[in-house]
Write a protein that binds this ligand. Sequence first.
Ligand SMILES: [Fe+2]
Length: 259
Amino acid sequence: MYDMHSHILPGIDDGADSWDEAVAMAKIAEQDGTRVLVATSHFYEEVWPNSPESIIDLTRELGEKLEEEGVSIKVIPAMEVYITRELADLYKDQRLLTINDNKRYLLVELPTQEFPTYTEQVLFQLQVLGVTPIIAHPERNPEVFTRPERLEAMVERGILVQINAGSLLGNNGREVQKFTEMLMQDNLVHLLGSDAHGSEKRRPLVHKAIKRIEAILPQDKANAIVAENPRKVIAGEDVEVLRPKYTQRSRKKGFLGLW
Ligand SMILES: [Fe+2]
């Protein structure tokens, strides 16, 4: 099992605040069935100006500690990069860390409440540089919620989408839960993550959400989200992106305000 989004590295963002906490999180993940966990520490220049080197070093150190403790989890270095106009320049300056440092996939976070006008442009600039952006938990963004066609347009251009396990389990409310299910059914979801921040609150759990995905989607589509796509993204291989099925059905439902 894979967890594609977590703040497990200690002391560099609002996630784990100590090595003990990081190890405790890894143990919870292991118990839940996770074998590969992507450490996506925040990058936001004004708040968390983390460097790729520091994240790679901390990941290695955590790996050593987990081995000592007998915790069978592989931790992969990455970042969750907050979107700004300067993202392409920051990437060119080697300030951003792609997933597994593979120069191929980058987890990008939108602001909580807005959808900046430059979003599509910045994502396209990254694609021109050979980087495929993965949008982190767009189901929590109110603009995507009211206008999912913006997300659909991005997926049509080859951008990937990661949803949070908690959204699928109703932790962000019933509406977000139903919306997340709709995104899945419309081929707008490619990856799953816990977005874990600690061992007590926002924990590194994905197993229940995987069961939910397997209950909602046909086997091949569920398998793509929970196994195939994560493996390919970490390896830096191409992911098959299905055409969005964002349908009249969904549009009509949205229009009628049924979700
Ligand atoms: Fe996050």
